[in-house]
Design a binder for this molecule. Structure first.
Ligand code: ADP
Ligand code: MG
Length: 343
């Protein structure tokens, strides 16, 4: 087990993005806020405009409030309350939590359960920090406690309930995307027209940079996290990556990572090292990055087309497959990979 790896990788990711950022916002009036204690990751907001101080204060308050209500590590959070009352009673939830859960169930249906908001019992079983392979029996038990139909949402009463004891929702694949959409509302309300939001590597580029050119987002090389596989030039869109290189442990040469196939109960094994999804809606991009990582390259293509998303897949055989539509926006440069476009 390489316990330091996940933190190291997260810092590397953060560093690579900071590097790109600082080179993009030098000598301008951008204001940056760094946040270390939200969603278990490092975040950074970089804004340009008249009301940057006010907008950053509001964004900071929103992120801390959301984290307090959603963190599974906080026993007082709404999510902890929902999970501990599984099979027992319904729990009162705030409006945005209910909205996020309702939409998450809809997308669990949409992705045929490869993204499943109730994957918590399996995620907890595979607790990466423990670095232990669970028994087949315990995996089977946890699979039975997984299924989006176990989450009942009552919008009128503003409550939700998990109908099976031991079932648990897990917001790991959605909270950052959902929060990004809320941050965008705050930015727009404050008249901010140029910004880069980065919640733990989940990025959203608002508008162009101050010089009128698009933002450049480096896509990390899953095989060497100090490098990138290329840069994406984008505006008004989110760019969100799921990969097997951030949170994992290794045993007997096998990597056990943090994204679970809810059908097998094991870390997904679809031949991918990472997938980056590009969509104007950060919530959809966050969900699809996780879903496509589980589903695999070829089988994800209908989902991407239907949802009007673009993507970049990095496969175990060192090929980068990128949407042909990205041709003019994706500047690639890494000799460790073969690059192929797809339609
Ligand atoms: P990251 O959190 O590193 O940005 P993702 O957005 O892909 O990456 O989310 C992965 C997290 O989502 C896991 O750490 C876990 O909490 C949760 N998760 C794992 N597998 C699934 C799944 N199949 N469906 C929904 N959530 C998942
Ligand atoms: Mg995700």
């Amino acid at each position: 087990m390489n316990k330091k790896q996940p933190i190291g990788a997260a810092i590397m990711l953060a560093l690579s993005i900071i590097f790109i950022l600082s080179s993009q916002t030098k000598n301008t009036k951008y204001k940056t806020l760094e946040i270390y204690d939200v969603f278990d990751t490092y975040s950074e907001l970089t804004l340009l405009g008249k009301n940057t101080e006010k907008a950053l204060t509001e964004c900071n308050a929103y992120l801390h409030d959301a984290d307090t209500r959603w963190s599974a590590k906080n026993p007082e959070s709404e999510i902890s309350a929902l999970n501990s009352a599984a099979g027992v009673s319904e729990v009162a939830l705030s409006d945005d939590t209910l909205d996020m859960l309702e939409k998450s169930v809809q997308y669990s249906v949409y992705t045929n359960g490869f993204f499943d908001i109730t994957v918590g019992s399996l995620v907890n079983l595979w607790d990466i920090s423990k670095a232990q392979i669970p028994s087949n029996e315990s995996i089977t038990t946890a699979i039975h406690k997984t299924g989006f139909n176990l989450l009942e949402i009552n919008k009128e009463n503003k409550t939700a309930m998990l109908s099976c004891t031991g079932a648990a929702v897990d917001l790991g694949a959605v909270a950052k995307g959902y929060a990004t959409a809320e941050l965008l509302n705050i930015l727009k309300k404050n008249g901010i027209s140029s910004a880069l939001i980065n919640l733990g590597g989940n990025t959203y580029a608002l508008g162009n940079r101050s010089d009128g050119t698009p933002w450049k987002i480096g896509i990390q090389d899953p095989g060497d996290t100090s490098r990138t596989i290329g840069d994406l030039s984008v505006y008004d869109t989110s760019v969100i990556t799921s990969g097997n290189y951030q949170r994992y442990f290794e045993k007997d040469g096998v990597r056990y990572h943090h994204i679970i196939n809810p059908y097998t109960g094991n870390p997904s094994n679809s031949g991918l090292l990472s997938v980056t999804v590009i969509n104007r809606d950060p919530f959809i991009a966050d969900i699809l990055s996780t879903a496509c990582f589980v589903i695999g390259y070829k089988e994800s293509l209908p989902l991407l087309r239907e949802s009007d998303s673009k993507a970049i897949f990095v496969t175990e055989d060192n090929t980068v497959y990128y949407s042909a539509d990205l041709q003019n926006n994706f500047d690639y440069d890494n000799s460790a990979y073969e690059y192929k476009s797809f339609k």
